[in-house]
Design a protein around this ligand. Structure first.
Ligand code: FES
Ligand SMILES: [Fe+2]
Length: 457
């Protein structure tokens, strides 16, 4: 099994994997896997090239020639809209000598010209210009074989565009499974849907991608401690444990998960403090069950394994809070370095002054310098700081080096009355985090990860 992997995996043995498995069976995770370079190399081999990863929202590419440049971990991607309205994605690398082709983050261009020797490509990725081509190469140069390399797979749901480097991967819809039902609440709740406001922010933090993904997808427990000050200041409404507040952690397939906090009564500002003009639109577009859930919701937060997380909260200042949808990609740059890409989406049909205030609320909470963002980043980097030393890195677990995921283990069963799909565990439990680890481990240790991707776990 291990011989397939990059050379860097030389010191991880079958016995180490057996110990990880045994720990997970007891709702524990060996702490060393959070910072280990060999595990990281294996993740590059087995996980990132085979899973669907979020690239862009269709509202970022409105007109022909609009483009954005993105990353699928280490693969640079250029997305561009053609005159036919089709958004195409290519490896952002010139086919002459491999130069990173388009260095701009976004914009509108008729063509893309490589800065190295001047080859030029159009919206379809065709090579349409070769500097001094006829003179230096002759008229018979076969330009048709030298177009930009298209991404193997590109699919979208509800405006969200995902890529996959595995041509044989299951479809995006199949991969998302029951997450689609929750995506409808977030992205398809009006006829016009959501739009990206501004451009995605990005910044680099000291963290492991598994922990950041798990923090959003399966760890509401940290809010009352890490983000306590934001509740006290009124930046975040509703206190944990206050009367009438209930949460569910929803385990979905393929390592995805959702965490929904609702009020048992209709809140004074239902539908997450969205403008009243949107409420009838929500009721028209959503099923009655979805509309009721949104009406009572306080926060929806979750993730699509491996690198996409989202949160639909209410933030602002005391007495005046606003709803936005924050999508964020955890782009791994190393075992303990993550580049965060963060989008703010707001209902397209919201009044423009609401959009402005909601965007401000996003910047002040989950933007790069936002209060909640600073809280989280500090904790994630502390995990890294405490996980790189000799004791923790002992793969034989000689020092009892386990992260603890015992909350609710064997004690809390799914709530059969929860109206949405998936296994919905009530209250604070580590069920989603445990299911993330299970899927991570299945992919990591599969001889053929594509086989694992093809069936439900
Ligand atoms: S590397 Fe792009 S034109 Fe030479
Ligand atoms: Fe947090």
């Amino acid at each position: 099994m291990l011989s397939d992997c990059k050379g860097a995996t030389a010191t991880i043995t079958e016995d180490h994997f057996r110990k990880i498995r045994e720990a997970m069976d007891q709702a524990l995770l060996p702490q060393w896997v959070l910072t280990d370079p060999e595990i990281y190399a294996l993740e590059h081999e087995k996980i990132f090239p085979r899973t669907w990863q979020f690239l862009a929202h269709e509202s970022e590419l409105k007109n022909p020639g609009d483009f954005v440049t993105r990353w699928m971990v280490d693969d640079p991607v250029l997305l561009v809209k053609g005159e036919d309205g089709v958004i195409r994605a290519f490896l952002n690398s010139c086919t002459h000598r491999g130069t990173y082709l388009c260095a701009a983050d976004s914009g509108n261009r008729r063509t893309f010209t490589c800065p190295y020797h001047g080859w030029t490509f159009n919206w379809h990725g065709d090579l349409v210009g070769v500097a001094l081509g006829n003179t230096l190469y002759g008229a018979e140069l076969d330009r048709s074989a030298m177009g930009l390399r298209p991404l193997p797979r590109l699919e979208s749901v509800y405006g969200m565009i995902f890529g996959n480097l595995d041509p044989h991967a299951m479809s995006l819809r199949e991969y998302l499974g029951d997450m689609l039902w929750y995506f409808e609440i977030l992205l398809k709740r009006t006829a016009e849907g959501m739009e990206v406001i501004g451009v995605p922010h990005r910044w680099v933090v000291e963290a492991n991608w598994k922990l950041t993904y798990e923090n959003f997808t399966g760890d509401p427990y940290h809010v009352q401690s890490t983000h306590r000050s934001t509740v006290e200041l009124g930046i975040t409404p509703h206190r944990a444990g206050e009367d009438g507040r209930m949460g569910h952690q929803i385990v979905l397939t393929h390592g995805h998960g959702v965490n929904i906090t609702q009020l048992t009564y209709v809140p004074p500002h239902p539908y997450q403090h969205t403008p009243e003009s949107l409420w009838p639109l929500f009721e028209q577009s959503l099923s009655p069950v979805q509309a009721r859930l949104l009406k009572h919701a306080s926060v929806l937060v979750g993730g699509v394994f491996p690198t996409l997380s989202f949160v639909s909260p209410q933030h602002g200042t005391e007495g005046e809070v606003f709803n936005y949808l924050n999508f964020r990609v955890w782009r791994p740059l190393g075992p303990y370095k993550v580049e965060i890409w963060s989008w703010c989406l707001i209902d397209k049909e919201a009044p423009s002054d609401y959009k402005q205030q909601a965007y401000r609320a996003y910047v002040g909470s989950f933007g790069p310098s936002g209060t909640l963002e600073q809280d989280d980043t500090e904790m994630w980097s502390r995990v890294v700081q405490a996980s790189r030393g000799h004791m923790v890195r002992n793969k034989n677990l000689a020092y009892n080096n386990f992260a603890n995921y015992l909350m609710g283990y064997g004690r809390v069963e799914p709530d059969p009355t929860f109206p949405g799909p998936g296994q919905a565990y009530p209250g604070f439990v580590d069920a989603v985090s445990r299911s993330i680890h299970q899927y991570w481990f299945e992919l990591l240790t599969a001889d053929n990860a594509a086989e694992v991707m093809s069936h439900e776990l």
